[in-house]
Ligand binder design. Sequence first.
Ligand SMILES: [Zn+2]
Ligand SMILES: [Zn+2]
Length: 415
Amino acid sequence: MTCPRCTAGLPAVAHFCQACGLDLRSGDGSRRRSFAVKPDEPVTSFALISTIMPRGAGQHPQTYRIALTIGLVVALIAAIFGALPIALLVAAFTVPLVYIVYLYDVNLWDDQPVKVTAAAFALTGLLAALFTWGWLQVVPPAGLVGGPQPVTLLIVGVAVPIVAHVLIQLGPVYLASRPRFDDLMDGLTFGIVSGVAYSTFDTLVRHGAALFGGFVADSDPGTWVALVFLEGMVKPLLYGTAAGIAAAEFSGLGRGYDGFTGRYARGLAEAIFATIVYQSGAYLLSYLPGFQGVALTLLLGLAILAVLILRVRVVLHTALIEAALESAARGDAAIGADGSLAFCTSCEMPLLAGAAFCNACGTAQRTRPRPSGVGRPVEAPRTAAEPVPVTSGSPGPVTRENPIGPATTNEGDQS
Ligand SMILES: [Zn+2]
Ligand SMILES: [Zn+2]
């Protein structure tokens, strides 16, 4: 039995082609109903975790969902009881903290996760804080002057989002152009980290008065509950997914990074456009009385976030399927090509040598967490994957002499 699309030899029981990911039962090549990251979800779904945390999505999505929920509940309770500084702080740092836990969990950038994550987060955070502080000196705080001003709308709603996304892209573009971080999923992750960092520090500076001075303009609990949900969940994810789309297009599919292509320009334009719609809307709605304004901004943010989540999923899914087709056409080896036995991280079925997809469940194996990296024998003790201290600091292409070595190079090859 061979695959009708890529002519790979298939086991008789296969549900998905291991080389190109074709769904053999429905003959559906684009697989719109089974997301390559998590095949039991359709591509068009609002499932958040498998979208922004694609690596190891089949393993413990529940952990991150629970952590996010706990953070928000703590912030909401603090808001209800009037402890606004605590509510704001917890809300601002919930998404970044959960995301950092995820990065450790899947051992992304296993050599130096602290350095890379901190660099991406801190650089954007610092730029965001300075920039937000700067433009707040020029523009009067929304909602305090008589009515919406066209000039202020242009500054707050259009100019600020454009500069914001330029600042957000600096870190991801620098990191994604390093040889060891040029994978599409690295780009997506850097973009999300950077976008979330911007949103966090934007929140801290904008609400600096409530945080440090105890000054609160109108403090009915309903408004604050909506505000906590908006600033703690919707805004960071909106900025994160928007920036992630652009940064993923910068990394692109193939070996190395694609750089400043038309696709990147389009991704960046989408990110800026989504943010312009959100910030202009938020500015205009801030002239509605207290709760009404915040609640409508929250709805607007949720609607934009929903569109962005769908975009990220389509970008990821298409990239995974296209990358596999490309490497199948080139005859590149992928997982287990060295003859080692590897298992699907989602359904634990054994993988065929060179599989880009699991035959049984269709999960793209490129989304595996790094510790049990592509091609590394599953039986190998965990310590074998940890680089020895001498090599861990060395920059440049991956030349580590341990079982994960061929793996990481493979990942570049299969793209
Ligand atoms: Zn195939
Ligand atoms: Zn599987």
